[in-house]
Write a protein that binds this ligand. Structure first.
Ligand SMILES: [Zn+2]
Length: 314
């Protein structure tokens, strides 16, 4: 994730708004003469021209007035937020705020939907931006900066649940809708992408030519090959809470499903999580389907979905 995103620069007039956000309070100006609410911050009331509107704390209760999804980043630095969910949000007081929606999938967004504020932390200095999310979302959880480099602690082998590859009931109990914790994270830089381009022969410019990609790629820069991100799975230690035992051979049988829903821009860190999707005992052995989702750190949408089928034979 890039740290070069533009940050708000408080002016004498707007400083109370930004200071309010730091304290997780939403302050909006109201004219003392005609009671008109105003946003953005100004020195005079736009309705009656009276000077020095007062700052008042408001609830943040709001509805979605309009929005757009940008599939080309507004600046290359925003590539980790694709698609950006740019919105105009109307506060209960009637003023409209240009903002970003967070914690919502595209299909959850509806004009007129009620929203709540998210005081999103964007740096280590206490700077917060005003974003919005749906009422059903956990706004507090969305406040934390997305770049938390959680490195999964190396699991002691004996702390994991041991499951025999013939124990049908224990195997079925592993099947879950819940994903594991995140794996360690790994940097996907241009050097790694170039090495894979040479190895695979896929040296298409969208992967290998940063200058051209900056000018012409919809992603604002080079991206990793989907196949590269898929094989980097081997360098991510999945935080699975179990170990299969009692087999002599473990075979990578292939994938039931392999998708690349989101790009991995050069310079991103990736991590992965997994869940057991299915287990089947058949004449070939014990067939376990592991859904492994690899994400750019901080991204909700996975970059690789791989339903990997592993075969255990005695
Ligand atoms: Zn006024």
């Amino acid at each position: 994730m890039s740290n070069n995103k533009p940050m708000p620069v408080a002016t004498e007039i707007s400083a109370p708004f930004w200071e309010g956000l730091k304290a997780r309070r939403l302050l909006v100006q109201q004219c003392g003469a005609c009671a008109q609410w105003l946003f953005y911050p100004r020195r005079h009331c736009p309705a009656c021209l009276a000077p020095d509107p007062a700052w008042r704390e408001v609830s943040g209760q709001a509805t979605l007035y309009s929005y757009t999804l940008t599939r080309i980043p507004t600046l290359p630095d925003f590539i980790d937020e694709m698609p950006q969910k740019l919105a105009v949000v109307e506060l209960a007081e009637g003023v409209r705020v240009n903002t970003t929606l967070v914690g919502l999938e595209e299909e959850q967004i509806r004009i007129g939907m009620p929203l709540q504020p998210v005081f999103a932390e964007v740096d280590g200095k206490g700077t917060r931006l005003l974003r919005f999310t749906g009422l059903a979302q956990d706004a507090t959880a969305l406040e934390a900066p997305p770049l938390v480099e959680a490195v999964a602690p190396a699991e002691a082998p004996d702390s994991r649940l041991q499951v025999d590859c013939q124990d049908q009931a224990a195997l079925q109990a592993l099947v879950s809708e819940q994903y594991s914790d995140w794996s360690n994270s790994l940097l996907v830089d241009q050097a790694l992408i170039d090495a894979f381009a040479e190895l695979s022969g896929d040296d298409y410019w969208i992967h290998t030519d940063p200058e051209r990609a900056r000018r012409s790629s919809p992603f604002g820069g080079t991206i990793a090959h989907g196949a590269l991100v898929q094989v980097l799975q081997s360098r991510l230690k999945l935080a699975l809470g179990f170990e299969i035992t009692g087999f002599t051979t473990q075979i990578n049988y292939g994938s039931d499903r392999l998708r690349f829903p989101a790009p991995v821009p050069a310079g991103s860190r990736i991590h992965a999580r997994a869940r057991v999707k299915a287990v089947e005992l058949n004449q070939r052995g014990t067939q376990l389907t592991l859904e492994i989702n690899t994400h750019v750190v901080g991204q909700e949408r996975p970059s690789v979905i791989n339903d990997l089928v592993i075969l255990y034979q005695r």
